[in-house]
Design a protein around this ligand. Structure first.
Ligand code: SAM
Length: 190
């Protein structure tokens, strides 16, 4: 998948703080994140959401990945500004590809991904690799864990993929073209 160009990167990052605040409030008010949760954010962009979530929920650990080193540079800048005395030890930035997540099975209680799933394929309107990204997320998410995502593309396909695998919906929000979903992976007994 191609990295974003300079213009796309600027456009994605300039309003990220506002979006992150809105997303964080919605999640906080919609679902209880388990104490001591181990969290993964896929396609973290400039890191605004990661910082907000870590400050608000105090997870045991929060790994924020992005495939684009320039986005990770932005995220490092965000964290340096927000935490002049040092980034919380629970928060880690890592370069990784959503199609090949470098984590063991069932490693996370919560996986979050905002407007990133459609980047799995070479072009936004091509949904062919989105199931591969969902399979990787499903692999690293424990049973009963939460997948929180927002998307503007391939929304029905993503919902269907999750429903077919027994995921239930704990929260849903639509805002213009953007659909945000809190989805729970079934437990083996459910
Ligand atoms: C539209 S931006 C959204 C960024 C951030 N989540 C936000 O809402 O501000 C998509 C992000 O996904 C990242 N991305 C694209 N392809 C990826 C891949 N294969 N694996 C991980 N991250 C990827 C991009 O570099 C970019 O930071």
């Amino acid at each position: 998948m191609p990295e974003m160009n300079r213009f796309q990167r600027f456009f994605v990052n300039w309003s990220a703080a506002r979006r992150a605040a809105r997303r964080y409030r919605w999640i906080r008010d919609s679902v209880e994140v388990p104490d001591g949760a181990v969290c993964l954010e896929v396609g973290c962009g400039n890191g605004e959401f990661a910082a907000r979530f870590v400050d608000g929920q105090h997870p045991a650990s929060y790994v924020a990945i992005d495939v684009d080193p320039l986005q990770l540079d932005e995220a490092e800048r965000t964290l340096r500004t927000r935490y002049p005395n040092g980034t919380p030890s629970s928060l880690e930035l890592k370069r990784a590809d959503m199609l090949n997540l470098p984590f063991p099975d069932a490693a996370f209680d919560v996986v979050l991904t905002f407007v990133a799933l459609h980047h799995a394929s070479p072009t936004h309107h091509d949904s062919s690799r989105v199931p591969d990204a969902l399979s990787e997320i499903d692999r690293v998410l424990r049973h009963g864990g939460l997948l929180v995502y927002s998307e503007i593309f391939h929304k029905e396909q993503i919902r269907r993929w999750l429903t077919d695998r027994g995921y239930s919906t704990d929260g849903f929000q639509r805002r213009f073209r953007l659909e945000s979903v809190i989805s729970r992976k079934p437990s083996p007994t459910s």
